[in-house]
Each structure stands twice: as C-alpha cells, then as structure tokens.
Design a protein around this ligand. Structure first.
Ligand code: FE2
Length: 290
C-alpha cells in the first residue's frame, strides 16, 4: 500500500475584519500564502455571536474574473445583485456565483436574523477562472442544503457533504468550470479516512472544529489551521482522535496562469485590471436598485 500525501506546511488562519465589519478567519491570502492556485481566498465568517441589530455584512461591491462560493453553516445571509437577482442562504445552503465579466452584489445578514441576533458561521471561497472564462456572462448555482449530496462510510463513522467533485463514490450537484473538489467531512471519534484524490489536484484541508491527525506522520492539527498537502500520492489520510471533527477538503487542478489582483477584480494582466476599474466606474457592471 502506498503512503498518503505528506504535509507541505500548516498555515494558521489570521483573524481580520471584512466588509461592513464582520469578523473572519482567513488562511489565505496572507503574508504567508498569497494564493493556492486555482483558489484566491478562503474566509471563514465567524463563528461570531451578534446581539440583535448588530450583525454585519458586505454592502454593494463588484467582482470580475473569478467565482465566489458561499457556504453557510449557521445564521442567514441575504444577497442581491445588479441583475435583479436576490435570495436568502440558510444553514447548509451553497451559492456558487460565477462573476465572470462582472456583477455588483451585496451580502448582508437576513433582516429577520439581524433583528433577532444570533450566531453567524460560514465560508467563502474564491475560485479563479481560467483566462478563457474570465469574461463570460455572470451566473449562479444555488443549491439548498437538501440538494447537497451526502455520502457515508461503511462503518458509519464518516459522512461527507459533496459540494464539488466526488467523494466516497458520490458526485456533487454543482458543476465547475475547471476540476474542483470541495467537501465537508464530519468524523466521529476514532474515524479514519483514506480518501482518493487525483494526482493532478493540489489539495488542502481546513479543520472547522476538533483536532485530527493528518498525513502519513499522523500530525495533529487543530481548527482554523490550513493543512497544505504535497501532490506526492493519490490519497489523503485523516484520523479523528477522541472528539468529533469537522473539516473541509478543498482542491483543484492549478491554472498556472498569471494572477493580477486588485481588490474584487482578478485578471491575468495589469491592463485587464485597469479596464475592470474603468468598466465598474462607468456602471458597466450594473448597480443594485434599493
Ligand atoms: Fe462579494
């Protein structure tokens, strides 16, 4: 039997304040890791407890050249965009937004939720688009919790929500522009996984709660630290200790294209960034009617 992928590095998430003032834990981009091709950013929103009237969000802002993937765990977020699209994300729901050529949207706690207060916990992943797809028309895949496929191991100790890609023989409902895997694993105490991952995918784990043992050396890693694996094997091994563990496994085939980023715009050249700023200022990404 071959050994599983070894660990290249472990990167603690930094705590920062985003948008209109909400707390996030961010493994990248930081000084230690600028991106993880094909991913540009991972933010864990909260977990944070808000008093009535206090919950914060990200008011109107544009995106061009990539995708934003929002996965709610607790709390409720409303979104609205310049194409007249709006909706509410509840726990377990996923919104996969392909910004493409450009969209202006807002991501704010749902009104009732803000009035009541409560806990906000969720994730936002930015998936880069390949050069050929950066200027496609924006679109959404909105998958409610009930439509996210779930797979369970034979011994019942491991379950996984398959947001993108395939795990334990179950395929995701969401389609991606390039090969991506995005999986939320729940491990019972003592659970072991040895998961098949294609050799050409770069993969990391991000534990949300509990300490588990990762890789062939069984290295203990606690929550809010990103585990970057080398691409030296076709499997990834994780073992839970005596507490339950929640973790994300995220990976994709690198685009290996130049990345030029300026806030909410991510393109391949400086000129394309200048054009994005001009187009946004000229209103060519639209505006939200309030
Ligand atoms: Fe956004």
């Amino acid at each position: 039997m071959s050994t599983s992928r070894s660990i290249e590095r472990i990167i603690p998430a930094i705590r920062t304040v985003e948008g209109g003032g909400f707390v996030v834990h961010r493994p990248f981009p930081t000084r230690l890791l600028m991106d993880f091709d094909p991913f540009l950013l991972l933010d864990e929103m909260g977990p944070a407890d808000y008093a009535p009237g206090e919950a914060k969000g990200a008011p109107d802002h544009p995106h061009r050249g990539f995708e934003t993937v929002t996965y709610m765990l607790e709390g409720e977020f409303g979104h609205k965009d310049s194409a007249g699209h709006s909706g509410t994300l509840r726990p377990g729901d996923v919104q996969w937004m392909t910004a493409g050529a450009g969209v202006v949207h807002s991501e704010m706690p749902a009104e009732d939720f803000t009035r009541r207060g409560g806990r906000v916990h969720g994730l936002q992943l930015w998936v880069n688009l390949p050069q050929r797809d950066k200027m496609i028309a924006p679109h959404y895949q909105e998958i409610p919790s009930a439509r996210i496929p779930v797979a369970t191991s034979e011994d019942g100790k491991v379950s996984v929500k398959v947001i993108a890609g395939e795990a334990l023989g179950v395929k995701a409902a969401i389609e991606t522009r390039t090969p991506i895997l995005y999986q939320h694993f729940s491990l019972k105490p003592g659970a072991q996984i040895e998961l098949a991952v294609p050799r050409d995918y770069r993969v990391f784990a991000y534990p949300l709660s509990g300490t588990a043992l990762y890789g062939p050396q069984s290295q203990p890693v606690r929550a809010q630290q990103m585990v970057v694996f080398r691409d030296d094997s076709d499997t990834i091994a994780v073992t839970a200790g005596d507490e339950p563990v929640e973790l994300l496994l995220i990976g994709g085939v690198p685009l290996k294209e130049p990345v030029v980023r300026y806030g909410p715009f991510v393109m391949n050249t400086e000129e394309e960034i200048r054009q994005a700023v001009v187009d946004y200022q000229a209103g060519r990404m639209g505006a939200i009617t309030h």
